[in-house]
Design a binder for this molecule. Structure first.
Ligand code: NAD
Length: 323
């Protein structure tokens, strides 16, 4: 088997590959780790989104694997170090969806500030509550960006166009980084430094052991009363219960969550009934343009690997042991 697809993925680029290679599509395989282990044993490459857990253990049982094609950029479901040790190429379309996620973050910020979701709901319910729909402007507000990588910087550029002041928290960004000057951004060296002055907090860091629950009760308490929290990165970076409590205490002014600790959430939560909370189903990368770029990028690299050439959009090594 040349390409194993373990999630519900389809695109013209996959159909093109299927003309050339033996592609096995198992949309529900990610739910069955035992069967995943059986099937990956025979696979030369595997294509996943974010549901398939490619742990070190799963990868150790994949002697024929040349490469992993990740449809997206978050790598928290892939044991990249283990893949590297096994000489398995991890392909990720690093530049394919940043624009879409950055636009969504801005859209959510604007929607929170101008109470767009609430205005829509209340007007469709027959209301005309202009006073209750009074919002605030983004102009001159402070935006704290956590994670100043590809997406974080695109958010900064767009926020500047709306007249926002940008403060950045990212332990891997140096004070003399030219990107800070580009967006007139200041660098906070401690999390609290950024949280205390921010009117809006937007998260764009990966989920790692260090960022797990970076936004906990202490962090939400450090935010200004009435500030807004926007998470389009990963649900695991926030303690949802702590966020809920902060909103229930009217400490935070609102939140917009594209990602959740458990996806899809297993049960309904109090977020659903809050007028100042906007929920979207992990759609950061779900624009037509980003999906097309993502599938094309990953499929082209899988084709390269399977025909013995090095990958172009990889996060660890360009070439596998042998094709
Ligand atoms: P990137 O690697 O370019 O940037 C991530 C930045 O986070 C880096 O600058 C890094 O230094 C920083 N960082 C690392 N640890 C940190 C910490 N402890 N605190 C603060 N910053 C830290 O990645 P990117 O392409 O900008 O993507 C960022 C994340 O967005 C991805 O890891 C993914 O989880 C998420 N994402 C979500 C969607 C979606 O659909 N909602 C789509 C794409 C990406």
């Amino acid at each position: 088997m040349d390409i194993l697809i373990s999630e519900d993925l389809d695109a013209p680029a996959i159909q093109e590959l299927a003309k050339k290679y033996h592609v096995v599509r198992e949309p529900a395989l990610w739910k069955d780790p035992v069967r995943l282990k059986e099937m990956i044993r025979e696979a030369r490459t595997i294509m996943v989104r974010n549901q398939t857990q490619l742990t070190a253990e799963v990868l150790s049982g994949a002697p024929n694997l040349l490469g992993i094609g990740r449809i997206g950029v978050g790598l928290d479901n892939i044991a990249v170090d283990a893949a590297t040790k096994q000489n398995v190429v991890v392909i990720a379309p690093l530049n394919a969806n940043a624009t879409s996620v950055a636009e969504l973050a801005l859209a959510l910020m604007l929607a929170l500030a101008h109470k767009i979701a609430f205005s829509d709901r209340s007007t469709k319910a027959g209301g005309w509550d202009r006073k209750g729909c009074t919002g605030i402007e983004l102009d001159k507000k402070v935006l704290a960006i956590f994670g100043f990588g590809r997406i974080g910087r695109m958010v900064a550029a767009r926020a500047r166009a709306f007249g926002m002041r940008v403060v950045v928290f990212d332990p891997f960004v140096k004070a003399d980084s030219p990107h800070l000057g580009e967006y007139a951004a200041t660098l906070a060296t401690k999390i609290e430094e950024a949280l205390e002055i921010a009117d809006f907090v937007s998260v764009h860091s990966p989920l790692t052991p260090e960022t797990k629950h970076m936004f906990n009760a202490k962090a939400f308490a450090a935010m200004k009363r009435g500030a807004f929290f926007i998470n389009t990165s990963r649900g695991g970076v926030m303690d949802e219960l702590a966020l809920l409590q902060s909103l229930q205490l009217n400490h935070l002014g609102g939140a917009a969550l594209d990602v959740r600790e458990v996806e899809p959430p297993k049960e309904r939560s109090a977020f659903e009934s809050m007028d100042n909370v906007i929920l979207t189903p992990h759609i950061g990368a779900f624009t037509q343009e980003a999906q097309t770029r993502t599938f094309e990028c990953v499929c082209e690299d899988l084709d390269r690997l399977l025909s013995g050439q090095p990958a172009v959009s990889f996060v660890n090594i360009a070439s596998a042991k042998s094709a």
